[in-house]
Write a protein that binds this ligand. Sequence first.
Ligand SMILES: [Fe+2]
Length: 202
Amino acid sequence: MSEIDVTFMYAVHDAFQRDLERLAAMAEGGDASGAAVEAGWERFKAFLHVHHTAEDTHLWPVLRAKGASPAVLDRMEDEHAGLEALLDAVGGAVAAGAAEQLADAARLLADELGDHCEHEEQDALPLVKELLTVQEWKAFGAEQRHQVGSPAMFFPWLLDGADPGMRRRVFDAVPPPVRVLHRFVWSPRYRRAPRWHAPLSA
Ligand SMILES: [Fe+2]
């Protein structure tokens, strides 16, 4: 079906939120330094940067050229820019290994990023569906894949903690070998690597 499939947009937004929830919970438990905290932060920053850069270069300008609401697009760009200071605050707390500071900064970032993703889903995705061609949408996806490079870490990160419905939708949207690679190679490797863990009560 030649329709725009926004599965990955929702999956990525969910993964960002899940990640920050884990970071905040770890910091609240006094865990603010070490390989897992640092590796998780580097991974989160890299994937968020890829996602927002691709939106800034391959989504908002394309929609703007097609006459989409400037107010919505301005807000998307402003919100991206506004997150930088909060990202810096989390980065500073990670570098300092300061648990209380990290917990506060991670919660603030989680709130702001959560609001931004919600605005995007409510206000920008309808414009995407209305105005973008399937090719333009695929070019946005291809740009993210290009910037991510190997999917070996991205895929298990994306699906770590995703509910069964989302997992199914993601696997339905990719070529079948991805599921096999994920199960037997990428996911086991990801699970052995330092990363943020879900709180025990979750
Ligand atoms: Fe997004």
